[in-house]
Design a protein around this ligand. Structure first.
Ligand code: SAH
Ligand code: SF4
Ligand code: F3S
Length: 479
């Protein structure tokens, strides 16, 4: 198998906050607005936080007089927002840079800028390794971008990879140029303090910091007024959100934040991602249960079902703890869907230990999983301490087995939905037919159903499930 796998082929991947895949993110073309302005073209890879950051970058550039273009050959500035999570993610970026180089060959004045996690990981080394790159900017330095472009225009390299303890871009209103006008993301925190041994994020995104509650609520209100119907609160570990009100020193935790957001926009669906199993409290679960507009869906990455491996991964919970959290979700929010991320072939993982991961999928009855082969990342704890000793063929075989078990789990979960009626937010045409709409229910399952001219994308409708596959529910509109 050539690719890192996603189970649900019918997922509307681009708007899925947990789809850690590369996507070309093309902003709407606004070049007709100002003919003489400098133009930027941008692509984004990696997680949804990177996509959210690209909207910040677009806003910063727009304030500095740049306009976005969808045509890279027309651009004065080509930007790529990069991901370092696995080796393959970085290979994709290098491949794109070779494409950009072709443009630069016949338009030598074009500037090439690398943003995001790979820029942060490689720093100056990027400029040495990839000669075509003019600008390197880490995730906390986007305010500096216009100045760095000016530097590069003078023929020097522009670099800022300073990681901040405070920056949350709270005052920058994202330019939602690539949005469908229905779903939007709000970053509520940045960075990560967890130091999972396999993970590069703490090095590329720096220390964890939470954003000012009031700036989040203002963004929620703004989106609601602009007719958005779904908001996803984003962070690497949203359950550890903690903001101290400077005026009265009161602490706002994630459960409090969810409550504030849900109450401030009662007709907007609220989602959030990602939850860390060690931090998801009953208080959070009870808050989800008590608001209709908070979606009954939790992405709770387990990574492995084996306690020895979890310890080596430095996840700080074991399989017993994780199962207890699953039980708590089932008890407090009976109709909640749970999804996960899984890494197979982590250092020294035996066949028996791998089987524990398959058992965990069955136990948790995941509706969706993102499954990956372990990829050693330079500088991480695991890279320093443990040899990456599981052969590639073994990783591939384990991944294939995981996919089979996961498909079965999703299918079984979907079968239970036949006959049920769900409220569905229409997102657009289904991938297969323009005679059908696709949308999601609160559980984040994709439902496909025959179109009716009474409804349009962005409407909430009631749909009864008539049939299912492992990735999709099929249904019919009911009044
Ligand atoms: N903050 C989230 C995950 C962020 S990274 C959490 O803690 O759950 C997204 C996913 O990429 C992880 O959940 C993990 O499954 C996967 N991942 C991270 N580092 C990886 C590596 N070195 N090799 C393979 N998969 C990795
Ligand atoms: Fe990486 Fe762990 Fe932080 Fe997630 S919680 S971003 S896996 S270090
Ligand atoms: Fe996201 Fe990739 Fe960075 S997953 S945080 S863009 S390393």
């Amino acid at each position: 198998m050539a690719t890192e796998a996603l189970t649900s082929t019918d997922q509307i991947i681009l708007r899925d906050p947990n789809a850690y895949q590369g996507h070309v993110h093309e902003f709407q073309d606004l070049t007709n607005i100002n003919e003489s302005a400098r133009r930027f073209y941008m692509e984004s890879y990696g997680c949804q936080m990177n996509f959210a950051d690209s909207e910040i970058v677009a806003s910063v550039l727009s304030d500095a007089g740049f306009v976005p273009t969808r045509d890279m050959e027309d651009a004065d500035l080509i930007l790529i927002n990069t991901c370092s999570i696995r080796e393959k993610a970085e290979e994709t970026v290098r491949k794109r840079l070779r494409e950009f180089n072709k443009v630069k060959k016949y338009k030598p004045g074009t500037l090439i800028g690398v943003l995001g996690c790979m820029a942060e990981r490689l720093k100056e080394k990027f400029l040495q390794e990839e000669k075509i790159v003019d600008i390197v900017v880490g995730p906390d330095a986007y305010r500096d971008l216009p100045m760095l472009v000016d530097t590069a225009e003078l023929g020097e390299k522009g670099i800022n990879v300073f990681l901040s303890r405070e920056e949350t871009y709270a005052d920058i209103s994202p330019l939602r140029l690539g949005s469908n006008g229905i779903s939007a993301y709000i970053s509520i925190m940045r960075g990560c303090d967890n130091m999972c041994s396999f993970c590069v994020v703490p090095f590329t995104r720096g220390r964890e910091r939470s954003r000012d509650l009031y700036s989040i609520l203002a963004e929620v209100k703004d989106l609601e007024q602009n007719n958005y119907k779904e908001i996803t609160l984003l962070g690497q570990n949203v359950d550890s959100y903690k903001w101290v009100n400077p005026e009265n020193k009161e602490i706002v935790n994630f459960a409090n934040l969810l409550r504030f957001v849900a109450e401030s926009a009662p007709h907007v669906r609220i989602r959030f991602s990602t939850s860390h199993p060690k931090d998801i409290t009953n208080e959070v679960l009870e808050t989800i249960a008590s608001y209709d507009n908070i979606c009954k869906y939790i992405h709770l990455p387990v990574q492995s079902g084996n306690s020895r491996i979890l310890k080596m991964m430095n996840r700080t919970y074991d399989s017993v703890w994780y199962k207890e959290r699953v039980d708590a979700i089932r008890r407090i929010i009976p109709d909640c869907a749970i999804s996960s991320d899984i890494i197979v072939g982590f250092c020294s993982e035996t066949e028996e230990e791998f089987q524990d991961t398959l058992d965990m999928i069955r136990y948790s009855n995941y509706t969706l999983c993102y499954m990956y082969n372990y990829s050693e990342r330079p500088g991480t704890l695991a890279a320093k301490k443990y040899p990456d000793d599981i052969p590639n063929e073994v990783k591939q075989r384990r991944l294939a087995e995981t996919i089979v078990v996961q498909r079965q789990s999703s299918y079984e979960s979907n079968l239970l939905d036949i006959g049920k009626t769900f409220e569905v937010l229409i997102e657009g045409d289904s991938k297969k037919s323009n005679q059908q709409f696709a949308g999601r229910n609160s559980q984040n399952k994709v439902i496909v159903f025959r179109k009716s001219s009474d409804y349009k994308p962005g409407d909430f409708v009631m749909v009864q499930v008539t049939d299912v596959t492992s990735g999709t529910l099929l249904g019919k509109l009911v009044s």
